[in-house]
Ligand binder design. Structure first.
Ligand code: SF4
Length: 326
């Protein structure tokens, strides 16, 4: 039996920012926003990436697309090493990987109509004829549930949910294989959130697009994700198939995040785990396990040795955790 290779392979990816100080602005340290992160996304699947704000998940999404230049590691998309491409080949490869932002209002030009916004990527990449581009725009609007009457309207004339649909349509213009959705529903009302989540789920199923779906909210990624990765201080601390992670979270940080999600069934309700203290500064992370200063189950070894991300059991999509308890 042949196994389909993953669409995206992220291998030991790092993004470190220099910290400068003193009169000569010399480098005095490094902020490891993303450190030694590895995971895979299969074709037509969604990888949910969760963690508190500031944990490095947006930086990771941008480093994968090389919107931030990675400091270490490799990103392989459909067999192409994205991290090794020169500028012109990277521009050509960009059509296969797109991003949807949290705030569609900020990412859409206020002076461009919907038609101009959706035509632009095809014009830049010189795809199709004027007629076929316009047909594609109408097709994209139909996919995201909008009609031709919006073509000549400007972003300020739409609601937040409608603007996000336009942002999604723009991400689809070049038929990408992979999309990073960065907090794509966080700014929307709950009812609009579920409509946009349903739309993303439908795109993934019907168009076979793979998503990296980034959110600070574990409840949001639950139903849309095949795999979920939990990030803390720039590193992945747990990766598992979504059903496994929500049924049997292994890392104390994941357990704490999950305990905050309201469960309607009183018999299944989890005891709320309140995390103590603030997230430590990534400029000066704790020794050993980066979560130890907030972990209710910390042991002496946790201050001495950093736990590595290891599979708990074998399988095609193993449950992996970085914790000395396991
Ligand atoms: Fe807690 Fe130790 Fe596990 Fe870190 S390694 S999560 S401190 S028990």
């Amino acid at each position: 039996m042949t196994v389909d290779p993953p669409l995206l392979q992220v291998q030991a990816l790092g993004k470190h920012f220099p910290v400068r100080g003193g009169f000569f602005r010399r480098i005095t340290g490094w902020l490891k926003a993303v450190d030694d992160v590895s995971f895979e996304v299969k074709r037509g699947e969604t990888f949910g990436l969760v963690g508190e704000s500031g944990c490095g998940k947006s930086t990771l999404g941008r480093a994968i697309l090389r919107l931030h230049e990675p400091t270490a590691g490799r990103v392989i998309l459909d067999g192409t090493d994205i991290t090794a491409l020169d500028r012109s080949r990277l521009t050509a490869a960009r059509r296969h990987m797109q991003i949807i932002f949290q705030d569609p209002y900020a990412s859409l030009s206020p002076r461009r109509t919907v038609l101009q916004t959706l035509l632009e990527p095809m014009e830049i990449h010189r795809i199709g004829t004027p007629r076929s581009r316009r047909e594609k725009v109408l097709e994209l609007l139909d996919i995201v549930g909008m009609g031709p009457q919006v073509l000549h309207r400007y972003p300020h004339e739409f609601s937040g949910g409608q603007r996000q649909r336009i942002g999604i349509a723009r991400a689809l213009t070049l038929d990408p294989k992979f999309i990073v959705a960065d907090e794509a529903v966080s700014a929307l009302d709950v009812s609009v959130q579920s409509q946009v989540l349903n739309l993303i789920g439908r795109l993934q199923r019907e168009l076979g697009i793979s998503f990296l779906f980034i959110s600070h909210d574990l409840a949001v990624v639950q139903h849309i994700s095949h795999q979920v990765g939990v990030m803390y201080l720039g590193r992945l601390v747990e990766i598992a198939p979504a059903a496994d992670l929500y049924r049997d979270p292994m890392h104390p940080y994941t357990r704490a995040l999950l305990s905050a999600i309201p469960v309607p069934d009183p018999k299944r309700r989890r005891k709320r785990i309140l995390l103590q203290g603030e997230v430590p500064s990534p400029l000066d992370p704790p020794s050993g396990c980066p979560f130890r200063t907030r972990c209710p189950e910390a042991m002496p070894i946790c201050a001495e040795r950093r736990p590595l991300l290891r599979p708990i059991h074998d399988g095609e999509a193993p449950h992996q955790v970085a914790c000395h308890l396991h």
